[in-house]
Design a protein around this ligand. Structure first.
Ligand code: FAD
Ligand code: NAP
Length: 312
C-alpha cells in the first residue's frame, strides 16, 4: 500500500486480464515500482490458450504454442513481482473527481481501490445470433476448435467464417475429422495469404462460398445445418469463427467506446477519457488484434500509468 498519493489500502495499479496485453503491462509495471495486482478473469492466459501453434510472436525461432507462450509471460510477470489473483471484475466506479481512487468490484463480492487501472480484457467469440446456437450449445455448437475438436474425431464438421481464425480452426479440425466444410459468406477469404494457402492445400477441407447458416437440426445434438443455398448439410458439429467482440460491457458508459464497443484511447497513448484509466490490447484495438501488438500496447499502458502517478 501507500502508493503515490493513495491511502493505506489503495493499490497503485490494478491490471484487469491475463492475456498478452495484461501480462506485458504487468512486467513493465512491476519493474517500475507500480506494485501491480493482476486479475486473471475467467480465461487465464486469454485467447491464445484456445489455439495451438503460434508462429508469429517474435523470440520463438521455431514457433511456440499458445499455452507455452502464456505460461512464459505469466512466469516472467510473477518473477518480477506481480501479484496475480484469480477473480473477475464485475463492476467499476470511475467517478473519481481527481483525488479519490477508482473502485472495482470483484466477483467474490469484495471491493478494491486503485489509483490507476489498466484494462486488458481482450475480446470474446461472436455468435451468429440464431436461436439454434443456444439450443445446441455444447451439443454440437462451439467457438473453439482446440477446446472441443477432440469430440469430433473422424466426424464431419463445419466452420463458419473466412478470416485467419476460421482457417486456423478448419486446419486444426482437418487433422482430427473426416471432413471439414468452411461456410464462407462471400466469394473470398479475409485470411492472410499464408493461411489461405494452407487451407487450399488440405484435402479434406471443402469451402462452401456465398453461403450462410440459417438454422440447425438434430434430435440429441447437431445432425446438420440449414444453409442459405437451400441445402441441408449433414454435420456433427458447427464451429463459429466469425470474429470477436471487445469485452468492454462493464466499462460502459463510464468509458468512451466506439460503435462496436472498442474502448477509445488517445492514440498514440493508452489513455481513456477517464484520468488514471488505461486500455490496451484487443479491447481497444479494432484493427490489428495480434498477440504482439497487444503486448506492445500493454507496455505503453504501464508506462502511461507510471507517468500519470508520478505527475499526480
Ligand atoms: P485476451 O488474450 O483476449 O485476454 C483477455 C483477458 O482478460 C483474459 O485473461 C480474460 O480472462 C480477462 N478478462 C476479461 N474480462 C475480465 C474481467 N471482467 N475481469 C477480469 N479479467 C477479465 N494472434 C497472433 O498474434 N498470432 C496468432 O497465431 C493468433 N492466433 C489466434 C488464434 C485464435 C483461435 C484466436 C481467437 C486469436 C488468435 N490471435 C493470434 C489473436 C490474439 O489471441 C489476440 O490478439 C490476443 O490474445 C489479445 O490479447 P489481449 O491481452 O488483449 O486479450
Ligand atoms: P476477422 O478477421 O474479423 O474475420 C471474421 C470472418 O467471419 C470474416 O471472414 C467475416 O466475413 C466472417 N463473418 C463475420 N460475421 C459473420 C456472419 N454473421 N456470418 C458469416 N460470416 C461472418 O476475425 P478473426 O478471423 O477472428 O481474426 C481476428 C484477428 O485475429 C485478425 O486480426 C487476425 O489476423 C488475428 N488472427 C491471427 C492469426 C494468425 O496470425 N495466425 C490467427 C487467428 C487470428 P467477411 O470477410 O465477409 O467480413
Amino acid at each position: 500500500g501507500g502508493g503515490a498519493g493513495g491511502g493505506p489500502n489503495i493499490m497503485k495499479t490494478v491490471i484487469i486480464g491475463s492475456g498478452p496485453a495484461g501480462y506485458t503491462a504487468a512486467i513493465y509495471a512491476s519493474r517500475s515500482g507500480l506494485e501491480p495486482v493482476l486479475y486473471e478473469g475467467n480465461q487465464p492466459g486469454g485467447q491464445l490458450t484456445q489455439t495451438t501453434e503460434i508462429d508469429n510472436f517474435p523470440g520463438y525461432p521455431e514457433g511456440t504454442t499458445g499455452n507455452e507462450l502464456m505460461d512464459d509471460l505469466r512466469a516472467q510477470a510473477e518473477r518480477l513481482g506481480t501479484d496475480i489473483r484469480m477473480g473477475t471484475i464485475t463492476a467499476v466506479d470511475f467517478s473519481m473527481d481527481g483525488s479519490s481512487p477508482h473502485r472495482l468490484t470483484i466477483d467474490d463480492g469484495t471491493t478494491i481501490e486503485a489509483d490507476t487501472v489498466i484494462i486488458s480484457t481482450g475480446a470474446s467469440a461472436k455468435y451468429l445470433g440464431l436461436d439454434d446456437e443456444k439450443k445446441y450449445q455444447g451439443m454440437g455448437v462451439s467457438a473453439c476448435a482446440t477446446c472441443d475438436g477432440f469430440f469430433y474425431r473422424k466426424k464431419t464438421v463445419a466452420v463458419v467464417g473466412g478470416g485467419d481464425t476460421a482457417c486456423e480452426e478448419a486446419q486444426y479440425l482437418a487433422g482430427l475429422c473426416k471432413k471439414v466444410y468452411m461456410i464462407v459468406r462471400r466469394d473470398v477469404l479475409r485470411a492472410s495469404e499464408a493461411m489461405q494457402k494452407k487451407v487450399m492445400e488440405t484435402e479434406n477441407i471443402e469451402i462452401l462460398w456465398n453461403t450462410q447458416v440459417r438454422g440447425l437440426y438434430g434430435t440429441d445434438g447437431v445432425e446438420g445445418a440449414h444453409l442459405s443455398t437451400g441445402v441441408d448439410l449433414p454435420i456433427d458439429g458447427l464451429f463459429l469463427a466469425i470474429g470477436h467482440h471487445p469485452n468492454s460491457d462493464i466499462f460502459r458508459p463510464a468509458l468512451e467506446c466506439d460503435a462496436e464497443g472498442y474502448i477509445i484511447v488517445k492514440h498514440p497513448t493508452t489513455e481513456t477519457n477517464t484520468p488514471g484509466v488505461f486500455a490496451c490490447g484487443d479491447v481497444a484495438d479494432p484493427i490489428y488484434r495480434q498477440a504482439i501488438s497487444a503486448a506492445g500496447s500493454g507496455c505503453h499502458a504501464a508506462m502511461d500509468a507510471r507517468k500519470y502517478l508520478s505527475e499526480k
